[in-house]
Design a protein around this ligand. Structure first.
Ligand SMILES: C[S@@+](CC[C@H](N)C(=O)[O-])C[C@H]1O[C@@H](n2cnc3c(N)ncnc32)[C@H](O)[C@@H]1O
Length: 303
């Protein structure tokens, strides 16, 4: 495995993923009852944007950096951006963005004393960083193991409420989608009320379409997808866009998600290309939480 997230920290893909994560946790923590957060591919937890890896790619320059400067953002992005600022507020940073918080750190900032975090990371160095970062946080458990295998083994959590973030490196491209589906199906069968959030890359459209069809035929109801494309999705040679696939999103979360992707497309588009999609690829949540889907099939809005 060669993937190191430090090369990509704070890029547009991280921004979509983390803004969605923060929105989901905000919605889920409205209820007092404890919840459990699973991060199947947790990474190092925090990234130094001044280090050689981040500097060699400068990907944050097309992601979090311009977004922090943007005006007239929807309220759905404020909590996320303020959290990122809070990790850079030490006087000696002079307001400069030096640190980018990863998904475990963002989640730990929003979760409460009674909540739990289960973080899974396969790389030794990254797992060690996670352990160091959360050494004094009793809510956090770090597992150095395969996240795909861990998830079905550890759900449902004792809390019975919670969120799974699945954020794989996608080194094996098409094949990774099958591994994801297998793990998600097993976990869902054991914990059908959990909320699941998967980040996926968009390179060639047909690879994504094939994955959506497989999800549709897996019989999992309530699957919402939001995509942000900054380039046409017709080449496998670059990251053209990315998507978030949510199973059991909180009530009316599609509105929050739509405001997030539209705003990101507006502020991060390069040249004239910036396309967003929100669709229920399986079921559609109706007036009340937990309601049965009214009609199967897709409802697509383009921005
Ligand atoms: C995209 S990064 C995670 C970033 C992190 N979720 C965040 O948002 O800050 C993917 C991580 O998955 C790890 N990884 C790769 N295969 C894995 C597996 N099968 N199980 C657990 N972790 C894995 C990689 O080492 C890498 O750190």
């Amino acid at each position: 495995m060669n993937y190191r997230h430090a090369y990509h920290a704070g890029n547009f893909a991280d921004v979509l993923k983390h803004a969605t994560l923060v929105g989901l946790l905000e919605a889920l923590t409205v209820k007092q009852t404890p919840l459990c957060y699973f991060d199947t591919h947790a990474g190092a937890g925090s990234y130094d944007l001044t280090g050689p890896q981040a500097r060699s790619t400068s990907e944050a320059a097309n992601g979090i950096r311009p977004l922090l400067e943007a005006q007239q953002l929807p309220s759905s992005l404020h909590v996320y951006l303020n959290l990122v600022r809070s990790f850079n507020s030490a006087p000696n940073t002079g307001g400069v963005l030096n640190v980018y918080p990863g998904s475990p750190l963002l989640a730990a900032s929003l979760l409460r004393e009674s909540d739990r975090l289960v973080l899974c990371e396969l790389q030794s160095d990254e797992a060690t960083s996670l352990r160091d970062l959360f050494a004094t946080d009793r809510r956090v458990g770090v597992h150095k193991r395969d996240g795909y295998e861990m998830l079905p083994a550890l759900v449902p959590p004792a809390e019975r409420r919670g969120l799974v973030l699945m954020d794989p490196p996608f080194e094996s491209q098409g094949e990774e989608f099958d591994t994801i589906l297998h793990s998600l199906q097993k976990a869902y069968a054991r914990w059908p009320t959990g909320v699941y959030a998967l980040w996926y890359p968009i390179k060639l459209r047909e690879t994504v379409t094939r994955f959506h069809r497989k999800i549709e035929s897996a019989g999992i109801p309530k699957v919402l997808v939001a995509e942000l494309c900054l380039h046409a999705d017709d080449t496998a040679l670059r990251l053209n866009g990315c998507g978030m696939l949510l199973i059991n999103p909180p009530y009316r979360f599609e509105r929050t998600l739509e405001s997030i992707v539209k705003s990101l497309a507006h502020h991060l588009k390069q040249g004239r290309y910036g396309r967003t999609t929100i669709s229920w690829i399986s079921g559609e949540q109706t007036g009340r939480p937990g309601a049965r889907p009214k009609r199967p099939g897709a409802k697509v809005r383009r921005g």
